[in-house]
Design a protein around this ligand. Sequence first.
Ligand SMILES: C[S@@+](CC[C@H](N)C(=O)[O-])C[C@H]1O[C@@H](n2cnc3c(N)ncnc32)[C@H](O)[C@@H]1O
Length: 274
Amino acid sequence: MTIEQFIKDNIIKLKEITDIPQKELYILLGFVLQKDFIWLTLNNTYTIKEKYLDTLKKYVELRANAYPIEYITCRASFYSEEFEVCDGVLIPRPETEILIDKAYEILSQISSPKVLEIGVGSGIISTILAKKIPDIKIIAIDINPKALELSRLNVIKHQVADKIEFRLSDMFENVQGEYFDMLVSNPPYIAADFVLPKNVTYEPKEALFGGTKGDEMIISMIQECKQRGIKYFCCEMGYDQKEPFTKEFLKYDCEFEFYEDYSGFDRGFVLNFK
Ligand SMILES: C[S@@+](CC[C@H](N)C(=O)[O-])C[C@H]1O[C@@H](n2cnc3c(N)ncnc32)[C@H](O)[C@@H]1O
């Protein structure tokens, strides 16, 4: 079967689950044949070998069942950079770029900033901050050992391993008595009874669900920041959580600002304790 025929035969299978079925088929072809997009389009009449066709068929089936393409190719693009991803660790989302920009605005004004990231996942937040801020030091923790393994790969890939220390920790459990200018986090914040879209069901539950109401982990982080004297807290949150967090902030002497994501939904906040 030629590349052209493969696209023609399979486009219908992906139409239900993606707006860009043709592009995704080219991504799968590129991944399996180890060729770039230009080569694939210039060689439309190339005959795909049988052994590759079997693999491609398997991947199209997975994708047709809404299995994330990033888990197939083990790659995700984020903040114009390429990151390794793997099944069992959350796939980076574009809106987290805004969280990084909010944190960067503050950290770029602090000399040799010390940052704690809770829930490092694939390592995208800590890696990008470390790339943007030369003298930063970050302690990045996660409860999921697979996430720490993946993050370690990503910081090596992006040559910032010397700025980031990883720890297996449940929240602040293994972070005691250390000074931080900022806590940054994209924690689990979905309510326990929320029904996930099918593609998201393939991602780890502990990366998504933040408790019965969904805001419990973030509330606990706010309180810990206050107790531990962490001045800034930059955090991603659910679109419907502005109210509970405002209530919590009003208990403290602090300034706060909410920000929206690319679709105009409330998506996070920056908290500054006085
Ligand atoms: C929404 S994901 C964010 C991953 C990554 N920072 C990103 O933005 O793509 C949340 C992360 O928090 C981690 N996590 C969940 N509960 C935790 C806990 N109690 N302590 C530390 N990390 C936790 C999950 O394993 C997951 O990697």
